[in-house]
Design a protein around this ligand. Structure first.
Ligand SMILES: [Zn+2]
Length: 503
């Protein structure tokens, strides 16, 4: 989630008129009422109906491969899958599939390792609403996992949960093959001190409460934790210690505590980047989250990435092995006209009408904002920070943070984030590494996922086009392999059409 003004910002919509952007009306398939009652008990499992290639032996021939290591792509490759694993990778002229292998000619296409989204959510603000109401979030248990998988996210960390039991039970349903979706690293509920940003979030009452909360959710099955804006230093320390007792990683979207202090306390990961680091604000008081407008404006006007204080902060993160999660797409939402409306056709089709309508009103607010250059310059600064962090050896990961405003939905937001990483100056191979092997390393799963290599789990994304020369090809996923099963992206999208934002 983003800082205060954006989170609260969505409640302004109700008072404003919208200028509609019209896409051709989607066909309503008029499904029968309550179709799930019969189908879900007697019919085929929904996940199975999304699979186009069942294997167990498949060869993808003549494809351009980004292996996830960051090295340049290799042309005209063959990748062979046998059950859940990759068993061969190499030039097509040398790699010959056995006679019982199904061969697919993928000339002109690009193959990436399954993407690992590190700042994903399974909730979304409900449509409508206005200032003064309680902020409400609906769980996207139906559309979220399918959209993530459709774009090629085969592993996702839920990075803060409003309804942890939903995330935990979905993980079971996906693992058992009942539902289609990415493998989930389920993050516990937000560890947040008062004032909690929204009513659904628990307010910690002190370090003992923080420890108790981590203990409880670890026992329930959460495998990661996330701290939030108003947590106190004592609560943060207690949360970190408790999470580490279980070998779990803990991240933070912090405000009351700066990056340097959190790194020294032992946090594993920081979300969003320098754009939310308050430690350089001239009026920062220890343990207090300052007013967002004031410190972001000061940062935009007077803080440079080459500033020795920033350089020292970067050094501290690297020395303490603290990873950073890039979420450029959520900051782009604050710039008028971004993301370009012509990139949102698939988002429009996926969304419930009321949620799209709410988003259009938000875009109107953004178009009329006077401080747009300010937001744009902040985004440029964030991009510069991320390049510098990586250049000096920092571990950068990425995710889309689909917490609102419609321009960022599960999966579609990750496509945009990938494009923005390239716009930020990372090469396509570096952007792929950020979204794959860097995250695998952070998760301690680098021997299983995040790379296209012999022995790795067969998690792969096949894109229809040349991603090296056109980053927008990330928007053309065709087949997504997870543990050797090839899911048809278009079926996944079709299955949740008109659902996003609603359920
Ligand atoms: Zn978030």
């Amino acid at each position: 989630m983003l800082k205060h003004k954006y989170l609260l910002g969505f409640s302004l919509y109700g008072a404003l008129l919208s200028a509609h952007v019209c896409f051709p009306q989607q066909q309503d398939p008029s499904p029968p009422l309550f179709p799930e009652s019969k189908d879900r008990i007697n019919g085929p499992l929904r996940a199975d109906t999304m699979v186009r290639e069942h294997g167990p032996k498949i060869a993808l021939e003549h494809v351009t491969v980004f292996d996830g290591s960051g090295s340049p792509p290799k042309l005209d490759q063959t990748v062979i899958i046998d059950h859940e694993k990759i068993v061969a990778v190499g030039p097509s002229r040398y790699v010959t599939p056995s006679s019982d292998t199904k061969v697919l000619d993928e000339t002109g296409k690009t193959l990436l390792p399954g993407l690992i989204g590190m700042h994903e959510h399974l909730f979304y603000p409900t449509a409508g609403g206005f200032r003064g109401q309680i902020g409400m979030y609906s769980e996207q248990g139906n559309s979220g996992p399918m959209l993530y998988l459709a774009v090629g996210i085969t592993t996702a960390r839920t990075a803060g949960s409003i309804n942890p039991y939903l995330d935990l039970n979905l993980r079971k349903a996906i693992e058992s093959g009942r539902e289609a979706g990415p493998d989930l690293d389920v993050t516990g509920p937000y560890l947040e001190g008062p004032p909690a940003i929204q009513i659904p979030v628990h307010e910690l009452t002190g370090p003992e409460d923080a420890r108790r909360t981590v203990d409880y959710w670890h026992e329930e099955g959460a495998t990661s934790f996330k701290t939030y804006l108003h947590i106190t230093p004592a609560e943060l320390q207690a949360s970190i210690d408790a999470a580490h007792r279980y070998g779990s990683k803990i991240t933070g979207h912090l405000c009351s505590i700066g990056f340097t202090e959190a790194a020294e306390m032992g946090i594993d990961n920081l979300e969003h980047g320098i754009i939310i680091d308050t430690e350089f604000y001239s009026k920062k008081q220890p343990g207090i989250c300052p007013e967002a407008d004031a410190w972001t404006r000061e940062m935009e006007q007077s803080l440079e990435i080459k500033d020795p204080r920033v350089q020292k902060m970067i050094q501290t993160l690297i020395e303490h092995h603290v990873a950073v999660t890039s979420t450029l797409d959520i900051f782009e939402m604050g710039i008028s006209g971004e993301p370009p409306i012509d990139t949102l056709k698939t988002t429009h089709d996926a969304m419930a009408a009321a949620s799209w309508d709410t988003y259009m009103k938000y875009r109107d607010v953004q178009v009329n904002r006077k401080d747009n250059p300010h937001t744009e310059r902040l985004l440029r600064k964030e991009m510069e920070f991320e390049r510098e962090f990586v250049q000096r050896g920092g571990l950068l990961m990425a995710g889309c943070d689909p917490t609102g405003f419609g321009g960022i939905l599960p999966g579609f937001g990750d496509q945009r984030e990938m494009e923005l990483l390239v716009q930020a100056g990372f090469s396509p191979s570096e952007a792929v590494r950020i979204y794959t092997s860097n995250a695998a390393k952070f998760l301690g799963r680098q021997n299983t996922i995040g790379k296209i290599a012999i022995g790795m789990q067969a998690d792969l994304v096949l894109l229809d086009g040349d991603f090296e020369h056109d980053a927008s090809v990330i928007r053309k996923p065709e087949l997504v392999f997870k543990k050797g099963l090839g899911y048809d992206s278009s079926r996944l999208f079709a299955a949740v059409r008109g659902e996003a934002g609603l359920r």
